[in-house]
Design a protein around this ligand. Sequence first.
Ligand SMILES: Nc1nc2[nH]cc(C(=O)O)c2c(=O)[nH]1
Ligand code: SF4
Ligand SMILES: [Mg+2]
Length: 202
Amino acid sequence: MIKIKVSEIFTSFQGEGPYIGTPATFLRLYGCNLNCPWCDTDISTYEILSVDEVFEILMTQMEFNNIRILVITGGEPTLQMEELKRLIKEIPDEIKIQIETNGSIFEYVPEIDYVISPKEDKETVFKNYYKYDNVFFKFVICSQEDIDEVIYLKDKYNYDKTIWLQGEFSKDGEMADLIRENFPHLENVKLSVQTHKYLNQR
Ligand SMILES: Nc1nc2[nH]cc(C(=O)O)c2c(=O)[nH]1
Ligand code: SF4
Ligand SMILES: [Mg+2]
């Protein structure tokens, strides 16, 4: 039987990024391959569940709440991609699946939407994924260097799709100021805010 390490399953609003505000059920998987100093996710505990059990819990929550979007997040969900692929196969077509990933492990599945937030070796992550239509980028901004890197990547790869810029939560007001100062050098960006935190939602 195929097992998945699950940190939590809950239903809320998508709090950030391109699908902000959309009701969604979240599957948070355990574990990450990176260790960002400002990581906001408690992924210390998990339950080991079978793919069938996860499917049943998700379907029950989604049917009860009338939800059409499943957000798979972590941690780093691609660490369990083989297990996830089994799960994704079971999910009915009318449900849109969106994955939140740091993109460091290249795992492309055409059926799902990616929101990629590159954390390390950002250019490699960008290069691996930027050509796909079902991929969106959300860069966490901690400093001017982070903005400079977005400008560099947009220029170098001629990327004119929207990029979401999200100030690191503990200083997102300050980062919004910084992003605004960079307007003359930025095109096709949108500010992303972690609205669920301001609203005390999960
Ligand atoms: N409401 C809500 N939206 C989210 N979007 C991405 C999240 C994440 O932790 O990856 C998240 C989360 O934890 N809560
Ligand atoms: S990649 Fe995401 S989950 Fe992993 S340590 Fe960084 S912020 Fe946390
Ligand atoms: Mg979160």
